[in-house]
Design a protein around this ligand. Structure first.
Ligand code: UDP
Ligand code: MN
Length: 274
């Protein structure tokens, strides 16, 4: 299976919690019947047994190091520093989320055996086949929409289409680690600056879970292709939005356990949807 295709779905896991996310994501990709490779980038400290289970799903596992960034850069982007300097006011990040780890996504540009990669966060599930994005150019992403019209100005880096290339990777490293550079939303802020001419995908390619209760009119199960659990995670035993997001969390668990066929066609739109 490894390296069988010129195209790959790529995700990232740096701790045990995101292994859960990646498990649901990989199950979901299998349901779409894609023939592309599924690559999991992972960092050093993970449990072998967990990695083994992911490999058994047919993924290609690739160990990656953190980027070679200066101590000053790393300090500025440490969890407590970042939360202090750029507080999250609209939702809550789980304690197992380490902002600095997000930058490891950029390792995707080193996977030059692939023509195109679609990166997907480990906290997302793919509900319908999205292989056609492999024909799209670099750099595509959907807008970071979950509250207001203003959100359309920014991209969300939970899903993007990219073309691996070492020159691009090196240019990114150079652009990242400048004196006093600070990216309040880490890779997301960086990618938006690095690709100012980013191509916008429809919101349904990266539907953020808060749309369910903040912008219900936008929700449409027939159109949603990728569902992304930004902020609180569906596998957290309890979190402040559990009641608001119940049907979405239940759906995630169907993919996570992988026992039943997911039934998107029977899902009901939220109240207030058109
Ligand atoms: N990630 C990870 N460990 C971390 C933080 C992030 O493995 O400590 C990876 C994981 O793939 C995750 C993505 O980076 O889905 C981005 O983080 P997250 O999805 O939690 O951010 P959000 O979507 O809530 O902004
Ligand atoms: Mn995410």
């Amino acid at each position: 299976m490894s390296g069988a295709s010129s195209f790959a779905y790529v995700t990232l896991v740096t701790n045990q919690d995101y292994i859960k996310g990646a498990t649901a994501l990989v199950h979901s990709l299998r349901w779409t019947r894609t023939q592309a490779d599924i690559v999991v980038l992972y960092t050093g400290a993970l449990d072998r047994a967990d990695l083994h289970r992911l490999a058994a799903l047919g993924c290609r596992l690739i160990e990656v190091a953190h980027l070679p960034l200066s101590d000053e850069f790393n300090e500025r982007h440490g969890r407590s520093k970042l939360h202090q300097k750029a507080p999250f006011t609209k939702g809550r990040k789980p304690s197992f989320h380490t902002p600095l780890d997000n930058f490891c996504k950029l390792r995707l540009w080193e996977l030059t055996e692939y023509k195109r990669c679609i990166f997907i966060d480990a906290d997302a599930i793919v509900l319908r086949n999205i292989d056609r994005l492999f024909d799209y150019p670099e750099f595509c992403a959907a807008p970071n929409v979950y509250e207001s019209l203003e959100d359309f100005r920014r991209l969300n880096s939970g899903l993007f289409v990219a073309e691996p290339n070492i020159e691009t990777f090196n240019a990114m490293l150079a652009a990242l680690d400048q004196p006093d550079s600070f990216f309040p939303r880490t890779d997301q802020t960086f990618l938006q600056l690095f690709f100012p001419e980013w191509h916008g995908l429809p919101v349904y390619f990266n539907m953020l879970q808060y749309v369910w209760f903040k912008l219900p009119a936008l929700w449409d199960w027939q159109s949603v292709r990728v569902l992304h659990f930004q902020y609180e995670k569906p596998w957290e035993p309890d979190h402040p939005k559990v009641e608001d997001l119940k049907p979405l969390i239940e759906l995630w668990h169907v993919y996570y356990t992988g026992q039943d066929a997911p039934e998107i066609a029977n899902m009901r739109n939220p109240q207030g949807a058109l």
